[in-house]
Design a protein around this ligand. Structure first.
Ligand SMILES: [Zn+2]
Length: 224
Protein backbone atom coordinates (compact mmCIF):
# COMPACT_ATOMS: atom_id res chain seq x y z
CA UNK A 1 0.00 0.00 0.00
CA UNK A 2 1.26 3.44 -0.92
CA UNK A 3 0.57 4.73 2.56
CA UNK A 4 2.29 2.01 4.53
CA UNK A 5 5.53 3.97 4.77
CA UNK A 6 3.82 7.16 5.90
CA UNK A 7 1.83 5.10 8.40
CA UNK A 8 5.11 4.42 10.09
CA UNK A 9 5.77 8.14 10.61
CA UNK A 10 6.01 8.83 14.30
CA UNK A 11 2.96 10.40 15.85
CA UNK A 12 4.91 13.55 16.68
CA UNK A 13 5.75 14.08 13.01
CA UNK A 14 2.06 13.76 12.24
CA UNK A 15 1.21 16.28 14.94
CA UNK A 16 3.66 18.76 13.38
CA UNK A 17 2.16 18.31 9.94
CA UNK A 18 -1.37 18.80 11.26
CA UNK A 19 -0.38 21.88 13.27
CA UNK A 20 1.35 23.42 10.20
CA UNK A 21 -1.69 22.67 8.08
CA UNK A 22 -4.15 24.21 10.55
CA UNK A 23 -1.99 27.32 11.10
CA UNK A 24 -1.56 27.78 7.35
CA UNK A 25 -5.32 28.19 7.00
CA UNK A 26 -5.03 31.38 9.06
CA UNK A 27 -1.95 32.82 7.30
CA UNK A 28 1.82 32.38 7.24
CA UNK A 29 3.27 29.81 9.61
CA UNK A 30 6.20 31.00 11.73
CA UNK A 31 8.37 28.80 13.92
CA UNK A 32 7.13 30.69 16.96
CA UNK A 33 3.46 30.19 16.11
CA UNK A 34 4.15 26.51 15.58
CA UNK A 35 6.00 26.26 18.91
CA UNK A 36 3.14 27.83 20.81
CA UNK A 37 0.54 25.71 19.00
CA UNK A 38 2.43 22.54 19.95
CA UNK A 39 3.36 23.79 23.42
CA UNK A 40 7.12 23.32 22.97
CA UNK A 41 10.19 25.57 22.64
CA UNK A 42 11.21 27.23 19.37
CA UNK A 43 14.69 25.59 19.30
CA UNK A 44 13.20 22.09 19.46
CA UNK A 45 10.72 23.04 16.74
CA UNK A 46 13.63 24.10 14.49
CA UNK A 47 15.30 20.73 14.98
CA UNK A 48 12.17 18.85 14.02
CA UNK A 49 11.57 21.08 11.00
CA UNK A 50 14.97 20.09 9.57
CA UNK A 51 13.94 16.46 9.93
CA UNK A 52 10.61 17.07 8.17
CA UNK A 53 12.46 18.89 5.42
CA UNK A 54 14.78 15.91 4.90
CA UNK A 55 11.77 13.66 4.49
CA UNK A 56 10.30 15.95 1.84
CA UNK A 57 7.29 16.84 3.97
CA UNK A 58 7.84 20.60 4.25
CA UNK A 59 9.61 23.53 2.58
CA UNK A 60 11.46 25.46 5.20
CA UNK A 61 14.21 28.04 5.36
CA UNK A 62 15.38 29.37 8.70
CA UNK A 63 13.51 32.52 9.82
CA UNK A 64 11.02 32.13 7.00
CA UNK A 65 7.54 30.71 7.04
CA UNK A 66 6.98 26.97 6.96
CA UNK A 67 5.05 25.36 4.10
CA UNK A 68 3.85 21.81 3.58
CA UNK A 69 4.89 20.04 0.39
CA UNK A 70 2.10 18.17 -1.44
CA UNK A 71 3.32 15.02 0.29
CA UNK A 72 3.21 16.71 3.72
CA UNK A 73 -0.26 18.10 3.05
CA UNK A 74 -1.56 14.67 2.04
CA UNK A 75 -0.35 13.22 5.31
CA UNK A 76 -1.84 16.11 7.35
CA UNK A 77 -5.22 15.67 5.64
CA UNK A 78 -5.11 11.93 6.15
CA UNK A 79 -4.66 12.45 9.90
CA UNK A 80 -7.35 15.13 10.02
CA UNK A 81 -9.74 12.76 8.28
CA UNK A 82 -9.09 10.13 10.93
CA UNK A 83 -9.30 12.61 13.78
CA UNK A 84 -12.60 14.09 12.70
CA UNK A 85 -14.20 10.72 11.91
CA UNK A 86 -13.17 9.39 15.34
CA UNK A 87 -14.67 12.44 17.07
CA UNK A 88 -17.90 12.06 15.11
CA UNK A 89 -18.04 8.36 16.03
CA UNK A 90 -17.47 9.06 19.74
CA UNK A 91 -20.31 11.55 19.80
CA UNK A 92 -22.79 9.63 17.68
CA UNK A 93 -22.16 6.14 19.00
CA UNK A 94 -20.40 6.40 22.37
CA UNK A 95 -22.42 9.24 23.92
CA UNK A 96 -19.47 11.56 24.48
CA UNK A 97 -20.27 15.24 24.42
CA UNK A 98 -18.53 17.31 21.77
CA UNK A 99 -16.24 18.99 24.32
CA UNK A 100 -14.88 15.63 25.54
CA UNK A 101 -13.60 13.94 22.40
CA UNK A 102 -10.43 15.74 21.30
CA UNK A 103 -7.74 14.11 23.49
CA UNK A 104 -8.91 10.59 22.75
CA UNK A 105 -9.04 11.31 19.01
CA UNK A 106 -5.50 12.76 19.13
CA UNK A 107 -4.23 9.43 20.44
CA UNK A 108 -6.36 7.11 18.29
CA UNK A 109 -5.73 8.86 14.96
CA UNK A 110 -2.15 7.54 15.00
CA UNK A 111 -3.00 3.93 15.73
CA UNK A 112 -5.90 3.01 13.44
CA UNK A 113 -5.35 1.68 9.91
CA UNK A 114 -6.70 3.02 6.62
CA UNK A 115 -9.07 0.07 6.52
CA UNK A 116 -10.45 0.88 9.97
CA UNK A 117 -10.79 4.55 8.99
CA UNK A 118 -12.81 3.73 5.89
CA UNK A 119 -15.03 1.31 7.80
CA UNK A 120 -15.70 4.11 10.26
CA UNK A 121 -16.52 6.51 7.43
CA UNK A 122 -18.99 4.01 6.01
CA UNK A 123 -20.63 3.38 9.39
CA UNK A 124 -21.07 7.15 9.83
CA UNK A 125 -22.52 7.43 6.28
CA UNK A 126 -19.59 9.48 4.96
CA UNK A 127 -20.12 12.71 6.95
CA UNK A 128 -18.71 15.91 5.37
CA UNK A 129 -18.33 17.80 8.67
CA UNK A 130 -17.54 16.79 12.23
CA UNK A 131 -19.59 17.89 15.25
CA UNK A 132 -17.46 21.07 15.64
CA UNK A 133 -18.45 21.91 12.05
CA UNK A 134 -14.92 21.26 10.77
CA UNK A 135 -14.76 19.81 7.25
CA UNK A 136 -13.71 16.15 7.08
CA UNK A 137 -11.20 15.63 4.26
CA UNK A 138 -12.40 12.88 1.92
CA UNK A 139 -10.33 9.78 1.26
CA UNK A 140 -8.51 11.38 -1.70
CA UNK A 141 -7.66 14.49 0.33
CA UNK A 142 -10.29 16.90 -1.05
CA UNK A 143 -12.01 19.20 1.43
CA UNK A 144 -15.74 20.00 1.54
CA UNK A 145 -16.56 23.72 1.44
CA UNK A 146 -17.11 25.35 4.81
CA UNK A 147 -18.24 28.95 5.32
CA UNK A 148 -15.56 30.65 7.41
CA UNK A 149 -16.50 34.31 8.04
CA UNK A 150 -15.72 35.22 11.69
CA UNK A 151 -18.49 36.74 13.79
CA UNK A 152 -16.15 39.70 14.35
CA UNK A 153 -16.54 40.73 10.69
CA UNK A 154 -20.29 41.32 10.90
CA UNK A 155 -21.91 44.76 10.84
CA UNK A 156 -24.58 45.43 13.49
CA UNK A 157 -27.96 43.93 12.52
CA UNK A 158 -26.34 41.23 10.38
CA UNK A 159 -26.90 37.55 11.21
CA UNK A 160 -24.34 34.74 11.08
CA UNK A 161 -25.38 31.14 10.44
CA UNK A 162 -22.71 29.31 12.46
CA UNK A 163 -20.89 26.57 10.54
CA UNK A 164 -17.92 25.90 12.80
CA UNK A 165 -16.05 26.77 16.00
CA UNK A 166 -12.33 26.98 15.42
CA UNK A 167 -11.04 25.79 18.77
CA UNK A 168 -10.17 22.44 20.31
CA UNK A 169 -10.14 23.91 23.81
CA UNK A 170 -12.63 21.93 25.89
CA UNK A 171 -13.33 24.81 28.26
CA UNK A 172 -14.09 27.17 25.38
CA UNK A 173 -16.31 24.61 23.64
CA UNK A 174 -18.19 23.98 26.88
CA UNK A 175 -18.65 27.69 27.42
CA UNK A 176 -20.03 28.18 23.91
CA UNK A 177 -22.25 25.10 24.23
CA UNK A 178 -23.69 26.54 27.46
CA UNK A 179 -24.55 29.73 25.60
CA UNK A 180 -26.26 27.56 22.97
CA UNK A 181 -23.68 28.43 20.29
CA UNK A 182 -22.89 25.49 17.97
CA UNK A 183 -22.90 24.67 14.26
CA UNK A 184 -26.38 25.46 12.99
CA UNK A 185 -27.01 28.34 15.46
CA UNK A 186 -28.03 31.67 14.06
CA UNK A 187 -26.55 34.76 15.77
CA UNK A 188 -27.57 38.34 15.22
CA UNK A 189 -25.05 41.05 16.08
CA UNK A 190 -26.90 43.94 17.72
CA UNK A 191 -24.10 46.11 19.05
CA UNK A 192 -20.31 46.29 18.97
CA UNK A 193 -19.02 48.24 21.99
CA UNK A 194 -16.73 51.05 20.75
CA UNK A 195 -14.18 50.45 23.53
CA UNK A 196 -13.07 46.99 24.68
CA UNK A 197 -14.65 45.26 21.70
CA UNK A 198 -17.47 43.38 23.45
CA UNK A 199 -20.10 42.04 21.07
CA UNK A 200 -23.80 42.02 21.93
CA UNK A 201 -25.65 39.27 20.15
CA UNK A 202 -29.12 37.77 20.04
CA UNK A 203 -29.47 34.01 19.92
CA UNK A 204 -32.88 32.34 20.01
CA UNK A 205 -34.38 35.56 21.35
CA UNK A 206 -31.84 35.83 24.20
CA UNK A 207 -29.29 38.63 24.54
CA UNK A 208 -25.70 37.56 25.19
CA UNK A 209 -22.44 39.48 25.45
CA UNK A 210 -19.19 37.88 24.29
CA UNK A 211 -15.59 39.03 23.90
CA UNK A 212 -14.03 39.82 20.57
CA UNK A 213 -11.54 37.00 21.10
CA UNK A 214 -14.34 34.47 21.63
CA UNK A 215 -16.25 35.86 18.65
CA UNK A 216 -13.24 35.37 16.36
CA UNK A 217 -13.55 31.60 16.92
CA UNK A 218 -17.16 31.52 15.74
CA UNK A 219 -17.29 31.13 11.94
CA UNK A 220 -20.09 30.84 9.46
CA UNK A 221 -22.00 32.43 6.65
CA UNK A 222 -23.52 35.92 6.75
CA UNK A 223 -27.26 35.72 6.11
CA UNK A 224 -28.67 38.21 3.67
ZN1 LIG B 1 -10.31 17.31 17.87
Amino acid sequence: MANSKLLALSSSIGDYLKAIYLLSLEGQVSTNALASQLGISSPSVSGMLSKLQEQGLIDYERYKSVKLTPKGEREALRLLRRHRLIETFMIEYLNYSWDEVHEEAEALEHSISDRFTESLAKLLRYPTHDPHGDPIPNADGGLPDTPNTPLTELEPEQTLLVSRLVTQDDAVLRYLANLGIQPGSSLKLTLLEPVGGLLHIVLDGNHQVISKEMASLIRGEVQT
